[in-house]
Design a protein around this ligand. Sequence first.
Ligand code: DP6
Length: 330
Amino acid sequence: LKKSDVVHFILGERLHYPASSSPVRAFAATNIALCKYWGKRDSELNLPMTSSLSISLGDKGAITELSIHNKEDKVIVNGKEIPHDSTFYKRLIAFLDLFRSSRTIYFNIVIQVNIPIAAGLASSACGFASLVLALNQLFHWELSTKDLSILARLGSGSACRSIKSGFVEWHKGIETDGMDSYAAALPEIWPELYVGLLIFNKQEKNISSREAMQRTVNTSALYPAWLEKANQDLIAMKKAIQEKDFLQLGQIAESNALTMHALMLSAWPPISYFLPETLIAMQKIWELRKQGIPVYFTQDAGPHLKLLALQKNKTEVQSHFPSVEWVRVF
Ligand code: DP6
């Protein structure tokens, strides 16, 4: 199946609805996975091998302003027009092509992102999610959250989780058309829980998460063990959230992230997102825990760490990591 088949299936007649004449705006928060998505069973539809669980980062994310343009597509991110030969532009346009009712419809897309772009901070996730929310408004589709999540997944897997706020679970689904592979919010709220962004020197990603996860599935001998761990971690994580057991939540999230990175080291050619600073910070976190300070980390497809801490321990953690930027989740 192709992406366009899924779009036709979801939108049907609505694909021909006329666009609103005035611009629309939509916000989607970025999300950080506590139980990671790493590997696809279908790379066209971004269908995952495992379910995953994330938290959406409050007001950190992307606002997309969308309107109809008469001559050509134009994409502006944080005030800069994106060159037409860039990978990001091509990926975005290929996605928008799925929603054009005629060849002569063009879009003007203005995206404001308030997190570092392409630094493993899931900016593509909130970008695609906010774009889908904006399209839904522009064409008055009035889609359900489930359908919006499925459409966002076609742009980027993790984007399907950015449709909702708070704790979000992406059900992997088993159908070949992916109609049962979408994200839904968990009912729990946990206002004491904070995420701390620990950003090291900004460098371009060496390899995209898309390519890295594919290589891992294809070449890592450890991948079967990951499928099992991912499953167990998810069950234990949901229990930790229900019981507001921070130590459990932190431990599962950190162990899940480290296992994902261990898989990458075991791929061939090997993949590493670690910088020396990443490893130094990890050692420091382990040292702080020995001293009785409850702080954990998770890491995605970039060198940066996201700290997990409770509100009451923020100040103490900050004294050891002065550059940390705290994000309120709930
Ligand atoms: C490490 O969602 O960016 O952040 O589906 O190919 O677009 P594509 O991949 P993407 O991968 C995210 C990987 C991760 C883990 C996660 O968010 O669950």
